[in-house]
Design a protein around this ligand. Structure first.
Ligand code: HEM
Length: 209
């Protein structure tokens, strides 16, 4: 969606926004807190917990959500500008991911997977930076949300946006001071990102105490 503009972008974006509006975001925060509190791998949790909960939100069964999160992680690592992972692993992960994520008339499977990919690195970075801040242990969700908003302003996980110039060259644009961007491509997942992060942070703090 980021690589489109004008009418085509508006139509795609409306679909995403409508889908996000159908989600019970507070319930997803509670779910992230519960999954994080039970997580046995604390190093991987900042990446896997929000992604797993998002996989459930895009229609993957609770039983398959861990697998979908691992596959989405492989796709995110191996594809796109600046990707550090194995492009072959990313390509191999797509067919199984498509099978696990069922689309419907609100949003097709490819766009649901797109939402999983948006829930990878930025959310994990934010969980990690919120976890390193001093604060009461354990945290409730309200306190965790405040911690996350502060961490977001001090250490925004996304500092630049990428755009194609008219001549086709990929350029970066500084979005300093606006952690969720601005204008027609502004992040439609802000509330969701904060809630998934806050739930994960609260659950991990709870597990630690
Ligand atoms: C801490 C976590 C997140 C941060 C800091 C963040 C930040 C951003 C920023 C700065 C943009 C604008 C990029 C641009 O102008 O090209 C963006 C776009 C986008 N974000 Fe997020 N995001 C986060 C999490 C999420 C989540 C959880 C979702 C949904 C599940 C999401 C969905 C999207 C989508 C679909 C776009 C593209 C919008 C468009 O092109 O119209 N983001 N995000």
């Amino acid at each position: 969606m980021r690589w489109h503009d004008g009418a085509e972008h508006r139509v795609r974006r409306q679909r995403i926004e409508r889908f996000i509006q159908t989600l019970n975001i507070r319930r997803l925060g509670d779910r992230a807190m519960a999954v994080a509190a039970e997580s046995s791998d604390r190093d991987a949790a900042p990446f896997h917990v929000p992604l797993r909960v998002m996989a459930e939100a895009v229609g993957v069964s609770a039983e398959d959500a861990g697998r979908a999160a691992a596959l989405a992680g492989a796709v995110a690592r191996g594809m796109g500008p600046g990707a550090s992972g194995d492009p072959g692993e990313a390509v191999d992960a797509v067919p199984e991911l498509l099978q696990l994520v069922r689309g419907d008339e609100t949003l097709d499977a490819a766009n649901r997977i797109g939402l999983l990919l948006q829930t990878c690195d930025a959310v994990a970075d934010l969980v990690r930076s919120a976890l390193t801040r001093p604060g009461t242990t354990p945290l409730g969700l309200d306190q965790a949300r405040q911690l996350v908003v502060t961490a977001l302003l001090d250490h925004p996980p996304v500092r630049v946006a990428r755009r194609f110039r008219a001549d086709g060259e990929l350029v970066t644009v500084d979005i300093g001071g606006r952690p969720f961007g601005a204008g027609p491509h502004r992040c439609p997942g802000e509330e969701l990102a904060i809630e998934l992060t806050a739930g994960t942070v609260a659950g991990l703090r709870r597990a630690r105490s």
